[in-house]
Write a protein that binds this ligand. Structure first.
Ligand SMILES: Cc1cc2nc3c(=O)[nH]c(=O)nc-3n(C[C@H](O)[C@H](O)[C@H](O)COP(=O)(O)O)c2cc1C
Length: 211
């Protein structure tokens, strides 16, 4: 599959979380291009204390998917009935996204490639802004994926088993997996604009004035 001619602004407005992903393989050359876009992202002092793990191994994926499912069930699955009964809104997950989340949890292994953005030396950090040194780059990866028609979601529900995940991925003890990003060609849904609260509710000029 080739790169599309989408502009940066078009991509910014049409890259929702894509949770219905097909098992169709993604070429190594494309994965490399996505990572090459990611590492151009911002990071404190340009120290690049990061590692990007590309996971395709089905056995390791199965182990980590079980961690993810446990996290999903604890945080969201237990509220299934309430979540599905809610009206759709620009706030929170809403039933459609909940169903998509449920699907992703059940089919995480279908996504042919998983990316773990990892921060080295981060496990004992007390810096509340630590994530700033990798989440911008992770978003660049997801936007680059968008240009190739590849869907993604930034996920974190495996982190209830961070130590085991770290071991499975061969990471040093002081590393932190900052996300698990499943990548795949979407099997359902569309590149819709993400729904958000109105700009005027969240933007303030010179001084925060919310009630
Ligand atoms: C810190 C963080 C953790 C997230 N963890 C998960 C996750 O574990 N599973 C999941 O399906 N989505 C996860 N998401 C994706 C959010 O649910 C998603 O960004 C949000 O619902 C907006 O989705 P939209 O852009 O499609 O509107 C996470 C996002 C962030 C920023």
């Amino acid at each position: 599959m080739s790169e599309s001619e989408i502009t940066v602004l078009e991509a910014l407005h049409s890259t929702p979380a894509r949770r219905y992903l097909s098992p169709e393989p993604i070429g190594d050359d494309i994965v490399r291009k996505l990572l090459d876009a990611a590492i151009r992202g911002p990071n404190g002092g340009n120290t690049q204390r990061w590692a990007w793990i590309v996971l395709r191994d089905p056995e390791v994926k199965a182990r980590i998917a079980a961690f993810y499912r446990e996290g999903w069930e604890k945080l969201y699955g237990v509220h299934r009935e309430v979540m599905l009964a809610q009206p759709e809104s620009a706030d929170g997950l809403g039933p459609a996204n909940f169903r998509a989340g449920d699907h992703l949890a059940a089919h995480l292994e279908d996504a042919p490639v998983w990316i773990f953005p990892v921060l080295l030396g981060a496990a004992r950090s007390t810096n509340p802004r630590l994530g700033a040194s990798i989440y911008g780059a992770a978003q660049q990866l997801m936007l680059a994926a968008r240009a190739y028609g590849i869907g993604s979601t930034l996920t974190t529900l495996h982190t209830g088993h961070e130590a085991e995940t770290r071991e499975l991925l061969g990471l040093p003890e002081d590393a932190l997996t900052m996300a698990l990003i499943p990548l795949g060609y979407p099997s359902r849904g569309r590149w819709a604009e993400p729904k958000r609260r109105p700009l005027d509710e969240v933007v303030f000029h010179d001084r925060y004035t919310a009630p």
